[in-house]
Design a protein around this ligand. Structure first.
Ligand code: ZN
Length: 125
């Protein structure tokens, strides 16, 4: 654990690596948490997005395409999460940020999480 001011933050590797998750899922999750997935917000910040191209989400055209929006809050991804939670009979409001999602999911959203449950969140992202 890494302690920052009054907040105790678990170490990243535990959240991302070694959760019985396929390596390509772990790598994608890690890159997403490092804000290294080339969503439009990242491309614009790196001056790679052409100036005449909108930074709005390709799928919903209503929000900036960010690493927090695309896998969690876009209307298309929200529908996937809603189905997953309905199938698992879980009521949970997705956190605003992917980093909060990852910690909450890893630590079981307040419930005892199995190794398979820990795999479902990153794989769904
Ligand atoms: Zn969207």
């Amino acid at each position: 654990m890494v302690q920052s001011s009054n907040v105790v933050v678990p170490a990243w590797p535990k959240v991302v690596w070694g959760n019985n998750v396929p390596s390509k899922v772990m790598i994608f999750h890690w890159l997403a948490l490092k804000n290294s997935i080339p969503v439009k917000e990242v491309l614009a910040r790196r001056n790679i997005l052409p100036p005449n191209q909108s930074s709005l989400c390709f799928w919903c055209l209503s929000h900036v395409e960010s690493i927090d929006h695309l896998p969690l809050h876009c209307k298309w991804s929200s529908a996937i999460w809603a189905d997953l939670f309905r199938w698992c009979n879980i009521r949970w409001i997705l956190p605003r940020y992917l980093v909060d999602f990852s910690f909450d999911w890893y630590y079981g959203m307040g419930i005892k999480a199995s190794k398979y449950w820990k795999m479902i969140g990153p794989a769904t992202i």
